[in-house]
Design a protein around this ligand. Structure first.
Ligand code: GLY
Length: 363
């Protein structure tokens, strides 16, 4: 039997070893990550399920037309159609669901949850996924915004064949013009800042966005969700890592959870989220587990920094004991700017950005 003084100590130790509620996510534009984590924590604190919480969180950037990497307003495919991917895992029931190349529905995370809870399948794609969503009352909508259409038109216009020709520009007999003047004429009514943004999007390797959200409550229940519009201007039907359970996110609530954003093809070649959770199973802490997964990515390129420089890839990990980390393949600091970051909300309701660990640094 414990003595009178030992009892409060035992209770204190038990409380310390109990998992604290934590939510982490990608630090998306327009504070999408911070808002996502706060919302998820709000649901957890109100006694909600961890998957409902994570989905309520990612619904914020999914529904925000300014966010061009997920949901409504996401960058379209090469045919100028927005196709969305998402996957979920619910830790307590050990079930998961996913959708791929889903058109016309702003919140693919919710459809992935329905695949999990209402069907005997793990994944629905394309036309079938849309019909499934409609069967549950979802309205098909146009997900393209003026901003993402502008970026697509700019991309199309700047594409060149090997002779430097494009059919999407005024004819070769048109008088030569300066680039900005030419763009202003081609996109009348668009302000210069927006044109510059769209030109940057079009001229760089296709951007990958995505939001991954991992949630833990104080009962030790965990859930994970990843949602994306995928690689900008992708071939229709292309799936990246986000809808692939084990790739874009993975979770075993006896161990922890992990997820990824960035170039899905490279993540899939190391099955990143599953690898990170397995690393934690074998004793690595979240940071170490993430860095090990990045080392596998680098190994796939013979550690060639020049080729790896093309790749933007991020991992997130949440241990069942509440320890967490975000990681970026590359240190993104340039000229003293901030490093890559991720968003976190802790049990006290404090939602903030924290710095990512990174594997590689540009010289
Ligand atoms: N990670 C998002 C994608 O590659 O589609």
């Amino acid at each position: 039997m414990l003595g009178a003084t030992a009892l409060p100590m035992a209770q204190k130790l038990a409380a310390q070893s109990r998992p604290k509620s934590v939510v982490i996510s990608t630090a998306n534009a327009f504070n999408g990550g911070i808002n996502c984590c706060s919302k998820a924590m709000e649901v957890i604190k109100a006694g909600g399920d961890t998957l409902d919480a994570a989905i309520a969180g990612v619904n914020i950037p999914e529904l925000d037309p300014r966010e061009t990497s997920v949901g409504y307003g996401g960058f379209p495919n090469e045919d100028c159609v927005v196709e969305l991917d998402a996957s979920v895992i619910h830790g307590p029931s050990r079930r998961g669901g996913a959708v791929g190349a889903l058109r016309g529905i702003k919140t693919p995370s919710k459809i992935a949850q329905l695949v999990m809870s209402e069907t005997d399948h793990m994944m629905l794609v394309g036309e079938g996924a849309l019909r499934f969503a409609k069967a549950y009352g979802y309205q098909e909508e146009d997900l393209l915004t003026d901003r993402s259409r502008l970026a697509w038109r700019m991309w199309k216009r700047e594409l060149r064949d090997r002779d430097g020709h494009t059919n999407w520009e005024s004819g070769t007999d048109a008088p030569p013009k300066k680039k900005v003047a030419e763009l202003k004429q081609a996109f009348p009514g668009v302000d210069e800042k927006t044109l510059e943004w769209a030109y940057k999007v079009a001229m760089n390797p296709p951007p990958h966005g995505t939001i991954n959200c991992l949630a833990l409550n104080e009962k030790g229940e965990m859930s994970a969700v990843t949602t994306t519009s995928g690689a900008a201007f992708k071939i229709a039907g292309r799936l990246g890592d986000s809808p692939i359970i084990g790739g874009g996110m993975w979770l075993d609530q006896d161990i922890g959870a992990a997820g990824s954003t960035g170039r899905g093809e490279e993540n899939l070649r190391v099955c990143g989220a599953h690898t990170i959770v397995e690393n934690m199973r074998h004793g690595m802490r979240p940071k170490e587990a993430i860095l090990d997964a990045f080392k596998r990515v680098a190994r796939n390129f013979d550690n060639d920094a020049k080729r790896l420089a093309q790749i933007d890839l991020n991992f997130y990990a949440l241990h069942k004991d509440g320890e967490y980390a975000g990681g970026s393949l590359w240190d993104r600091r340039t000229k003293g700017g901030p490093p890559a970051q991720f968003a976190v909300c802790t049990a006290d309701g404090n939602s903030r950005h924290e710095n990512c660990v990174f594997l590689m640094q540009r010289t």
